[in-house]
Structure formats: C-alpha cells, structure tokens
Write a protein that binds this ligand. Structure first.
Ligand SMILES: *Cc1c(COP(=O)(O)O)cnc(C)c1O
Length: 465
C-alpha cells in the first residue's frame, strides 16, 4: 500500500516510512492511496473471530508490501496481550438499542492504548537491528501521553518527549506519565493550553534546524498507524450486532477527529455504518463545522472531559481531503487560509458529502452529567465523562429506531473520579493494575509556553543522551 499526503506534494511513502514519519513534509497528513474494500462475505466471515484475528483481517491490506500476515499477527498478539479483558474491546448493553463499546481495558485505561500498544510494537519492529534512532515529540490533552509513554518506555532507539498543559490534566493522567522513570522518557509541563502545546509540536516538525539534528516521529493521531488500529473495533463491534446484514450507528466522543475518522474508514471499506455521531463537549468546532460550515477556532474552555478540550482537530483534514475528491492543492489552499485566519468556511458541496454519514452534537456539562446518571440508573453502568458525552449525543440522535447505536466508551471511569463522583455519588476505584500510582515518584520539567525555549530544551536533552 502506498501512502500519500493530504496536501499533495510530499513524497509517496510505504507503510513503514509513513509510520515512522508521522506528519508529512508538506504539512499534510498521510493517508492510504486508496481504501481497501471488504465484500459482504468477507465481513460475514469475521463473525466469531477473536480480536487479534479480526485485527489481522482488517489491517493486512494497509501493511501490504512491508509486513506479512504472520508478522502482523505476532505484533497484534504482543500488543493486545497486555489488555485486562479477554475480548480486548468488550460490549455492554444499556437498553434495547444502546450499547457501550469498552475501549479502556489497556494498560493506561483509555482507548488510546488500542492504537499505541500496536504502534510501540511497530516502532520496535521497524527500528530493531538498525542504527536509526527516533525522537518522538507529542502533545497530550491527557490520555495520549500516558498511552504513548507506556508503549515505548525502555525501548531501544526511541526517545520520547511529551508536552502536557500544566494543571489541565487530571492527577491520575499526570501521574500515569510522570511516574514512568525510564531514561528514554521526558515529560514537559507547558504553561498554556493543549492547543498551545500541539502548535509547538507542529512547528517543531516543520523546523529545518530541529529536523537536521534529530529524526522526529509523531505519536499523535496524525500518525496513520494509530487510526488504522482503531478501524478494527468498528468491525469487531458491528459484526457482533449483525453486520453486514444489519446497519449499526456509532457515537464517538471526539477531540482530534481521529477515532471517528477510523469509523469513516470502516464505512469506506464496506462496513454498513448507518451514521457516525460526532459528540463534542462545549469546545465544539467540529459540531459547528458539520452543522453550518463554520470551522473557526475560539478559546479552549476547560471541561470535565479534558481529552476533548480541543479547538483545532488535526484529523479533520483527512476527511476534507476525501470530500474534496482527494485534491491536495485544494486542501493546501484551505489549510493555509485556516492557518492565517484561525477560521474557514467548509464549502457547501463538501458539507453535503459529510452529512451523508456524519451528524454531530455539542454536549454541555449538565447533559453530560445526566447521561452519566442515565447509564447508572438504566444500564447499571458507571461510565466516564467522555463516554457520557458520547452517550448523550447517541440518545439525542435522529437515527431510525431499529438501528442499534454503539457509544464508544473511551476511558475508564476511575481516570476521572471527581467528575464521576459529582454526577453519580459513586467514586470509582482504580483498577489493581495501576498499582500504587499515588505513592510513586514523579519526574517532569516545567517550561513556559514559548516555542524557542521548548525547542532548545528538547534538542539539548536529545544531544546529551
Ligand atoms: C483522546 C480521547 C478522546 C478523543 O479522541 P480523538 O481521536 O482525539 O477524537 C475522547 N475520549 C478520551 C477519553 C480520549 O482520551
């Protein structure tokens, strides 16, 4: 499979190079040159397969030419061997039509593990035995950071710098990053928002001087391999509810548009997805974009769902690329317009294309809390605030009554204990696999939200070891 950039001018890469690179050199994002298709019979044949075998069937076409099916299977076994539930992504029924797809049974309790555990394996496979070293630089609104660190801590040839907005991630989230003391792990608390941190990472990737000194890799969801791993659970869930002979809708708590874009890819591959519901909190650029074309970034409002406190959704560019008929020059112009003005209007024909599959909702704190209580009272489930945003959007969605709606449960409730306790009166306890998180030593650097300072720090630390 070849990978091409959404902005049309970066070189075409194979799966290995696209995975190691992350962001394309023209500022775009890599996508497969075409979407592989599964026939209805091939989808039917997924019924009853376990998660790893499902993953192998779905991902083989994307890694073709670089990994054999057996190599891919070995990597999947290693990646998903660290999950605490045998089904990897089990489903729970809430009422006659609403389901939860639990994506938080990995080592750091959020859905990011599903992709990052595999990405860690892929990096190791691609770098072992060689003399190439990579420097991963990422920004996290909370969950990516710990999942990425957990996936690469202690691995040879890899060094990771993770920026988080100081004071805007939960204690559990911070400690899951800062208590990993492996020498290749470097946490940085930035004085600023997640978007400030992400903007610095983006700038570093475009910085010739930095690129001349270190080989930069991305683990944010701009990395295609992450999205690829997330396609799997859409198939896994839908097949269990009767696909391909029955349509299924999904509601996806959304920040960077990565997880829900994986659902879009599943639909392109032939999965009968009736609707993808983009559920945002009050930081609702995606809801505004999909409902009236207004893709404009405002200020970030901190909420009880910090992993979705985002104004700019990087992966939206991948959807725009498809909606434009894969016109790289058009996307380059649109994104330049957006970068200059922090705002753009999505053309009407592209919006019409998007609305054929996507709908959206912006959920405030009160509606999130109501959904948390509804899951508790009607489905006997304590869920996390992000999942509750998804569930609130699912319950409000205009989807034919005979179609089941699966809400992606993106985090374990114990990761956001305060908000869960406020809404339900129940304080979820941390699963035993997190151990003595609150007793462990923390290590991280604090830096001002200033690009040159952060860059100098990263390059100096990378030079010294
Ligand atoms: C990252 C994250 C999201 C948002 O996912 P995107 O792929 O960025 O849209 C939602 N919920 C939780 C718990 C997350 O960690």
């Amino acid at each position: 499979m070849d990978y091409i950039s959404t902005r049309g001018s970066a070189p075409t890469l194979d799966f290995r190079a696209a995975t190691l690179t992350g962001l394309a050199s023209d500022g775009g994002l890599y996508v497969p040159a075409q979407w592989p298709k599964l026939s209805a019979d091939e989808i039917r044949a997924l019924a009853g397969l376990d998660y790893v075998e499902t993953a192998v069937r779905i991902m083989t076409p994307f890694v073709a030419g670089v990994l054999s099916e057996d190599e891919l299977r070995d990597l999947c076994k290693a990646a998903y061997g660290r999950f605490s539930h045998d089904a990897i992504t089990p489903m729970v029924q809430l009422d006659h039509r609403h389901w939860l797809l639990e994506l938080f049974h990995g080592p750091t309790l959020a859905f990011k593990d599903v992709a990052l555990q595999l990405l860690g394996q892929l990096f190791e496979k691609f770098l072992s035995g060689g003399d190439q070293d990579i420097t991963i630089v990422g920004a996290t609104s909370g969950d990516t950071g710990s999942a990425a660190i957990e996936a690469v801590a202690g691995r040879e040839h890899i060094r990771i710098f993770m920026l988080h907005p100081e004071g805007r991630v939960s204690d559990v989230q911070r400690r899951q990053m800062t208590t990993v003391l492996a020498p290749n792990v470097h946490n940085i608390a930035i004085d600023g928002s997640f978007d400030d941190a992400q903007a610095m990472v983006k700038r570093l990737f475009g910085d010739e001087e930095a690129r001349g000194q270190v080989t930069l890799s991305a683990v944010n969801s701009i990395n295609w391999a992450r999205l690829m791993a997330q396609i799997v659970y859409y198939f896994y869930a839908a097949v269990r509810l009767g696909a391909p002979d029955r349509e299924v809708a999904f509601s996806v708590p959304t920040g960077n548009f990565g997880d829900v874009f994986a659902g879009y890819v599943a639909a392109q591959m032939g999965l009968p997805v009736a609707r993808l519901i983009v559920a945002t909190n009050v930081n609702d650029i995606l809801h505004r974009a999909l409902s009236n074309g207004d893709y404009s970034a405002g200020m970030v409002t901190p909420t009880a769902t910090p992993s979705m406190d985002i104004q700019v959704s990087s992966n939206f560019e991948r959807l725009l690329f498809d909606l434009s008929g894969r016109d790289g020059a058009a996307i380059r112009a649109m994104m330049a317009d957006f970068d200059a003005n922090r705002a753009m209007t999505i053309p009407e024909d592209m919006l019409t294309g998007a609305r054929a599959l996507f709908s959206s909702a912006s959920i405030d704190g009160d509606d999130m809390a109501l959904a948390l209580r509804w899951a508790q009272e009607h489905g006997g489930q304590i869920i996390d605030p992000h999942s509750a945003v998804g569930l609130a959007a699912a319950r409000a969605a205009d989807v034919d009554a005979h179609i089941p709606i699966v809400t992606l449960a993106t985090a374990h409730p114990a990761k956001f204990r305060e908000a869960v306790e406020r809404a339900t009166g129940v304080r979820p306890s941390l699963p035993a696999r997190l151990g003595n998180l609150f007793e462990r030593e923390e290590r991280y650097d604090r830096l001002p939200g200033d690009y040159e300072t952060v860059k100098a720090h990263i390059l100096a630390v990378a030079r010294d070891g």
